[in-house]
Design a binder for this molecule. Structure first.
Ligand code: ADP
Ligand code: ZN
Length: 203
């Protein structure tokens, strides 16, 4: 971040598909802030308790303590006024309220680091990420590796059948795919032969 100095706040967004390293990058930036002796608060949505109730956990097993909140408004009510850096993981789960909250934090001098999916399982913009990208001072778009062909992957491929926008899950329910290999929604082909019996066995 070369652009901002002094007491000015700002918004940094880290976006991309699942498995692209968003959480890793968020943890890296927050760790650096902690090393620099800045006061840091980290938030994640209650909806995402996949790996640990009170930590951000990357797919590569990096961890950082986080406060679990039910909605974006809780960031403001839980904020310690001395906090200088605010990190938010899984930001796409917070809805449009996060836009106003992030703006307010940046306006009041905080460094706000937002990580989240920029597209959903259909490949559509995942709100509020597009709005946050347009308001941010700095943007990082992370890419994963397509599990089909090895090319850079910008899509999160859903592997289970559901029309719900939010279905929380990790490996086995989602995978990274490139533009060419991505199939909006649920893949048509061989998935059904091998994955469906396994899913049925679980239920
Ligand atoms: P995100 O927060 O974007 O979902 P994470 O930071 O949790 O990503 O995890 C990134 C890590 O996931 C990578 O460093 C790598 O170890 C692992 N990984 C698993 N599958 C893939 C993939 N298809 N492409 C890239 N990384 C992958
Ligand atoms: Zn591909």
């Amino acid at each position: 971040m070369e652009v901002v100095t002094g007491n000015t706040g700002w918004i940094e967004v880290i976006c991309g598909p699942m498995f692209s390293g968003k959480s890793e990058e968020l943890i890296r930036r927050l760790r650096r802030a902690i090393i620099a002796r800045k006061r840091v608060q980290v938030f994640k949505p209650a909806i995402d308790t996949r790996y640990a109730p009170d930590e951000i956990v990357s797919h590569g097993e990096q961890r950082l303590k986080a406060e679990v909140i039910a909605g974006a408004g809780e960031i403001l009510s839980r904020l310690d006024w001395r906090t200088q850096v605010v990190g938010v993981d899984e930001s796409n789960f917070f809805g449009m309220e996060l836009v106003e909250v992030a703006n307010q934090l940046a306006d009041s001098g905080k460094q706000v680091i937002i990580a989240g999916l920029d597209t959903d399982y259909m490949g559509r913009p995942f709100h509020p990420m597009p709005e946050l990208l347009s308001l941010a001072e700095a943007i990082t778009k992370a890419l994963a590796i397509c599990v089909r062909c090895g090319n850079p992957a910008k899509h999160t491929q859903r592997l289970v059948e559901s029309d719900e926008l939010i279905v929380v899950g990790a490996a086995g329910m989602y995978e990274a795919r490139c533009r060419r290999c991505f199939e909006p929604g649920v893949p048509r082909q061989e998935y059904f032969e091998f994955a469906r019996p396994a899913l049925r066995a679980k239920t």
